[in-house]
Design a binder for this molecule. Structure first.
Ligand code: NAP
Length: 256
């Protein structure tokens, strides 16, 4: 498989897990993140060991000019993009009760987790349509990394839950709009995955898992999500556009 893939937030955590899985599968990678390239040289080197092209496209997904630059950079190297993985995301800087949450936190989380990915997807969807119209054999797809928070209410980080629920509808909307072009769009919903995002609350989550929060008795790892995304990108789950794939160890199944 030689697809060109843009992964937002691809140099650490879940995004890096996805990058490794796709590099192993033979994809060329455009890795996006906000840190300067010098900070991610080791990760880029690791990814290049798989033998495909790996470029870094620094930019803030919430900024229109940065989105334009990162896409321009990716196209400069690869000519066209087959896959967009909307992975970059942030938790609120502080966990604050819904009744006290500030507009500045709401706006930050929504801009990075939903508004930015929406307009990035819009831009790349138009490019994918053009590629498909030029070559009917073009195989593209879009994968959105949301969260179990799309359907699980956490009143101490409501803005995050709203952003992820919005990503669920964004997935359906693009799946509908791109269906006629046979460009599938998926939502992957991780549960609790061990990354920098969960580092501060890891002990609590570990205890929750010991007490039965997940059916499979462990926290998730970035490679769990990576393997799922690889299956989607390799078209191993065909004829399923718009679907939600839960990678959560079974934590979303209500039990009595
Ligand atoms: P993480 O370890 O904190 O990494 C976040 C990544 O997003 C980093 O690569 C970061 O770039 C990038 N990023 C942050 N703000 C950005 C911006 N404005 N523009 C571009 N890139 C930006 O987080 P993670 O746990 O891997 O989470 C990845 C995704 O999975 C997020 O969407 C998150 O909501 C979702 N998720 C996580 C969990 C979990 O338990 N960890 C569960 C469900 C869903 P830099 O490296 O340059 O800082």
């Amino acid at each position: 498989m030689s697809k060109n893939v843009l992964i937002t937030g691809g140099s650490r955590g879940i995004g890096y897990g996805i990058a490794k899985a796709l590099a192993e599968a033979g994809c060329n990678l455009a890795i996006n993140g906000v840190r300067p390239e010098e900070s991610v040289l080791d990760e880029l080197k690791e990814l290049r060991k798989f033998g495909k092209q790996v470029v870094y496209c620094r930019g803030d997904v919430s900024s229109e000019s940065d989105r334009n630059l990162m896409v321009k950079e990716a196209l400069h190297h690869f000519g066209e993009l087959h896959v967009l993985v909307n992975n970059a995301g942030v938790a609120p800087n502080e966990r604050v009760d819904l009744l006290e949450m500030k507009p500045v936190s709401y706006d930050r989380v929504m801009d990075i987790n939903l508004r930015g990915p929406f307009f990035l997807t819009q831009k790349i969807a138009n490019l994918m349509i053009a590629s498909k119209q030029k070559d009917a054999a073009f195989e593209g797809c879009i994968v959105n990394i949301s969260s179990v928070s799309a359907s699980t209410a956490s009143i101490m980080r409501g803005e995050y839950c709203i952003s992820k629920a919005g990503m669920g509808m964004m997935t359906k909307l693009f799946a509908v709009r791109l269906g006629a072009y046979d460009l599938p769009v998926f939502e992957v919903r991780p549960g609790i995955i061990e990354t920098d995002m969960t580092a501060a609350v890891l002990e609590k989550y570990q205890k929750d898992v010991e007490e039965g929060l997940t059916l499979q008795p462990r926290l998730g790892k970035p490679e769990d999500v990576g393997r799922a995304v690889r299956a989607l990108v390799e078209n191993k789950i065909p004829y399923a556009t718009g679907q939600v794939i839960l990678i959560d160890g079974g934590m979303s199944i209500p039990t009595l």
